[in-house]
Ligand binder design. Sequence first.
Ligand SMILES: NC(=O)C1=CN([C@@H]2O[C@H](COP(=O)(O)OP(=O)(O)OC[C@H]3O[C@@H](n4cnc5c(N)ncnc54)[C@H](O)[C@@H]3O)[C@@H](O)[C@H]2O)[C@@H](O)CC1
Ligand SMILES: Nc1ncnc2c1ncn2[C@@H]1O[C@H](COP(=O)(O)OP(=O)(O)O)[C@@H](O)[C@H]1O
Ligand SMILES: [K+]
Length: 520
Amino acid sequence: MIRAWSSTEVVAAERPMLDAGVPLMEQAAFALASHVTRALRRAGHRVPGSVVLLLVGGGNNGGDALHAGAHLARRGAQVHAALLTDRAHPEGLAAARRSGVRVHQVLEDGVPPTERVLGLARRAGVWVDGVTGVGAGGGLRHPVAEVVRSLAADRAGWPQEPMVVAVDVPSGIGVDDGTVPGPVLPADMTVTMGAAKPGLLLPPAAELAGRLEVVDLALPLPAGGAPAVCRLTSADVADLWPRPTSSDHKYTRGVLGVLAGSTTFPGAAVLSVAGAVRTGLGMVRYLGPPGATTLVHARHPEVVAVPGRVQAWVIGPGVDADDPGRAEQAQDAIEEALAAGVPVVLDAGALQLLPEDLPDSAVLTPHAGELATLLGSRGEAVTRDEVEAAPARHARLAAELTGAMVLLKGATTVVAGPTGPLYAQADAPPWLAAAGAGDVLAGVLGALLAPYGDRLQELLDSGEDVTAGVARLAAAAVVVHGEAAQHAAGLHGPDPGPGRPLSAGDVADALPTAVGQILA
Ligand SMILES: NC(=O)C1=CN([C@@H]2O[C@H](COP(=O)(O)OP(=O)(O)OC[C@H]3O[C@@H](n4cnc5c(N)ncnc54)[C@H](O)[C@@H]3O)[C@@H](O)[C@H]2O)[C@@H](O)CC1
Ligand SMILES: Nc1ncnc2c1ncn2[C@@H]1O[C@H](COP(=O)(O)OP(=O)(O)O)[C@@H](O)[C@H]1O
Ligand SMILES: [K+]
């Protein structure tokens, strides 16, 4: 699991080490130089002869860059430092000068800093972004903002080179909330110090961080709290997967009720059932109109289309909330699920039929547009664009307002409960942005929750942290769904290339392969 800690936590954890004289900056800078060296080699280059430009701000982030530049210069690189400040880290600057780094005070020579930096930048194969790190907030200010904006525009014109390496974080991101309040130079790699920061995992900033390398500084985390954001790996998913044993039968493996599909959207029923069945569970009970039931049976004859006991519910994919009969049926099912205390996934149409208060064993699965509508219905008027600009904050707000777990879908999917760490998963290729993919995800999540359904009340009674468990299962469903999309898009195996188009059905069909590979 990748754990991200807030900047406050990281700084608090560093303090006792710095007081004890641990040379954290030297360690950080050495690791940074090593990561740049390795990245150059991966790209088929050598350090001797490479031209590196350090973009240096006035704090310790610039200090990291200057010390790393000194290492790279000693290893034979031609290193230039563009000082975007008149107060560059003194020891870092001295070390850089001693090692032959050529220092350019770009704010003071009469030429506009943007032109001066672009002139240096265009001769370099590596840009090291040491402008700001965890000490800055609120977006980059003038004149640094203009410099970074022009560098980003210049970089966009050259897809391969230069390689951009961010020190700790891409300068200018919202370090703790993942927002992008102003210009940011997108990185190919971020070398982060001590622990990941929330903005490196949360959208939209996470999409500017590139490959993430965490430098272990043996910080005493948690200094005062829990990680702010977590990201599950396949190994974490394997650990929590409900593997069947010889003593299991279909009822112990979990029975999932699926209330999905309508005359208008019968396909959603097939896709959500497919997501569940192909993830693996004891049984699916399907409730829907006759046409949709026929379609479901044609693809999944094992599905039982009569009501009965279930351990979890998926309600809403393809349900038309404006159809009074169907809306009433969905509302009854929601009430029944909540009264029985079983987990329930509320997707699509069901998001318009929510009761006032929900438990955190209910998982809402909106995309950004649906979340904006949901928040509007709870008195928080926001647009889809506003949700997309700050997904973590809005997912958390919706969890607080409803009491439920909120799984906000997107290129990076965020899971937020009313309390506890957020999860941010970026497992899926953009090919997954296809109609019906969300229906499949609802089924996957239902299948993962069903085996725990009967034990939920027991766990609650025993004081177990159910929120944490449900959040982790929701994140695990996103991992599996994303992995299945990777398989469906042909992105597994050596040298996978750009991938290929997929349909939601292809994603469901790839689920057994994805699960098998995760468990292997
Ligand atoms: N404390 C330590 O010894 C360590 C610090 N580390 C590095 O130090 C960084 C934190 O250093 P600092 O606390 O000095 O802070 P930063 O270097 O992150 O930021 C402070 C600098 O940015 C400028 N600044 C602040 N807000 C700005 C804005 N909106 N626009 C433009 N400039 C802005 C300030 O004037 C100041 O020059 C970490 O991100 C990490 O890279 C690492 O070396 C690990 C050890
Ligand atoms: N750019 C993207 N990259 C990767 N995954 C994406 C991207 N955009 C959307 N997704 C994923 O695709 C799925 C789309 O779901 P959703 O919007 O609910 O579609 P539908 O309602 O048609 O099923 C979600 O799992 C979402 O996380
Ligand atoms: K930086």
